[in-house]
Unconditional design. Structure first.
Length: 240
């Protein structure tokens, strides 16, 4: 079943200048789908478009077979889509627990659901549980990134959009972050991930799309991408 269907999307940041050109993708429910490509290919632009930060000029995006054109990020979040932007997305002077509760704003009036949400993320992310009363500013880079993920997971999204989870992190921490993304996926969350760390993206994704100059240039299983990895790096991703 297709949870998210992107159909011939064209859009950009300025009128008349498109970054994405007729992009089509399908994200199956329960899947871990990766998007790779060089700098400027439109990867992050696509996630921002899905989440309502950008309005597409042509095409359509459907979530659970419903069109989401013209919906605000607020409305899209309430539908069950969460977005983790590149970098750290926490409030440093608030505690870990307070940051998590902010992530539960879509059901802030339901105390039982908030309690269950906290218990769930503490179970999935034990490092967050052990530091729940620490201010976010005192977390390590990896812990802060995990908090960014956990803050979006507390609402139990059906679809998690993840933008460059390895950006600026040491390789050991990147592995740590991906471990928790895998745990989230195993818990039933569908993940659509953008990353320039192509080895991690290919290793963890079940299906991948490659964007080049705003268009899909290649798609297929992770195994197919593994077999073509050297060719991909040589032809398209050198220096990415």
């Amino acid at each position: 079943m297709s949870l998210l269907s992107i159909q011939d999307i064209s859009c950009g940041y300025f009128e008349g200048i498109d970054i994405l050109h007729d992009v089509s993708m399908d994200v199956g429910e329960g899947s871990f789908t990766g998007i790779i490509g060089p700098n400027g290919a439109g990867k992050s632009t696509l996630l921002k478009t899905i989440f309502g930060f950008l309005t597409y000029r042509d095409g359509e995006i459907l979530f659970i077979d419903e069109k989401i054109r013209d919906l605000s990020p607020f409305q899209i979040k309430k539908l069950g889509i969460s977005y983790i932007p590149q970098g750290i997305n926490n409030f440093p002077h608030m505690t870990v627990r307070e940051n998590l509760l902010l992530g539960a704003w879509t059901f802030k009036g339901d105390k039982d659901r908030m309690r269950r949400g906290l218990e769930r993320v503490y179970d999935i992310f034990p490092v967050i549980s052990s530091k729940r009363n620490h201010k976010a500013e005192f977390l390590s880079g990896g812990e802060a990134k995990i908090l960014s993920i956990a803050k979006e997971m507390i609402s139990s999204p059906r679809l998690l959009l993840v933008d460059e989870p390895s950006a600026g992190l040491a390789p050991k921490i990147v592995s740590y972050v991906y471990e928790f993304l895998r745990r989230s996926h195993e818990g039933g969350t569908t993940i659509l991930l953008v990353d320039q760390n192509i080895n991690q993206a290919i290793e963890n994704s079940e299906y991948l799309y490659m964007l080049e100059m705003g268009s899909v240039s290649l798609e297929g299983s992770s195994q197919m991408f593994k077999e073509k990895l050297k060719e991909i790096i040589r032809d398209s991703l050198i220096g990415a």
